[in-house]
Ligand binder design. Structure first.
Ligand code: LER
Ligand code: MN
Length: 266
């Protein structure tokens, strides 16, 4: 049995892939539905009320499974691979603030869309690597963790597969960095759901679950038995975190997810 979390946005102005609303409401709903954790997508780490989330996490007995950084790129346009040094520096400063939150909440932070979408892939990768070196050094210093998330080719031009994420992790060689999987992106990029997970053994720190169409698991054509079998094989112990379109509405999507995943796991 893996712990199950749901992605949530607790600040206004974020397009959520999961639950959204006031922090109290989100924690209450997730706990009522039987989730073990909440993954927080944070818009502005410098003004985020970490104390409140710490309190709620304790009150409802829910972990903060991970901290998402999507708005850094999607709202503020900051990218770790940007050809512009000034933009990369701003992105790095922002990621350091996320790492401080991750340290406080004992949660890894996700490097997904903030990798950017560089036109020149080779230079983009070089820039990404040098930015991540700075982030990893900071993470080591404050004891925080980074997870590299491969995204599908329509969302990023670099690091589309788990193998590419593992290779990048090994080039950087920092213990503070792991990789994570997202079944929605994997459905587009990986040859085999099973093999790609098994090959990421030793590095996998978090898993986003959604079906082939990014609806709740069970609403598309992904074989979640295969996903669970692979995770089981590598002795995975971290979260399955639902990152799903909030359709037909956030609550129904979240309820369908937990029902279906518990059924598959039983
Ligand atoms: C975006 O598609 C995604 O999967 C997020 O988790 C990016 O960080
Ligand atoms: Mn994801």
């Amino acid at each position: 049995m893996f712990p199950i979390a749901i992605v949530a946005a607790v600040e206004p102005g974020i397009n959520p892939l999961g639950l959204s609303g006031e922090p109290e409401l989100v924690f209450r709903e997730a706990s009522r539905m039987g989730y073990d954790g909440v993954e927080l997508v944070i818009k502005d780490p410098s003004s985020f009320d970490v104390n409140k989330v710490e309190r709620l996490s304790e009150e409802f007995g829910l972990s903060v499974a991970a901290v998402g950084t999507v708005p850094t790129y999607m709202i503020y346009g900051l990218s770790l691979s940007s050809p512009e040094k000034r933009i990369r520096e701003k992105a790095i400063e922002r990621i350091k603030e996320y790492l401080e939150i991750g340290h406080r909440l004992n949660s890894p932070i996700i490097i997904g869309s903030v990798k950017g979408k560089p036109e020149d892939r080779r230079r983009g990768m070089e820039n990404l690597k040098s930015s991540l070196r700075v982030c990893a050094e900071y993470a080591e210093k404050i004891e925080a963790r980074i997870l590299i998330e491969p995204l599908n080719r329509y969302e990023s031009t670099i690091v589309n597969t788990l193998r590419e994420a593992v290779n990048l992790r090994n080039e950087l060689g920092s213990e503070s960095i792991g990789v994570m999987a997202d079944t929605f992106h994997m459905n587009i990029e990986e040859r085999s759901l099973y093999d790609s997970i098994v090959e990421a053994d030793g590095y996998l720190g978090h898993v986003h679950i959604a079906d082939s169409n990014r609806l709740a698991p069970g609403e598309g054509h992904l074989d979640f038995n295969q996903v669970m079998a692979a995770l089981d094989k590598i002795g995975y112990r971290s979260f399955l975190s639902a990152e799903i379109l909030p359709l037909p509405n956030p609550r129904e999507a979240a309820e369908k997810t937990i029902r279906y995943i518990k059924m598959i796991l039983s």
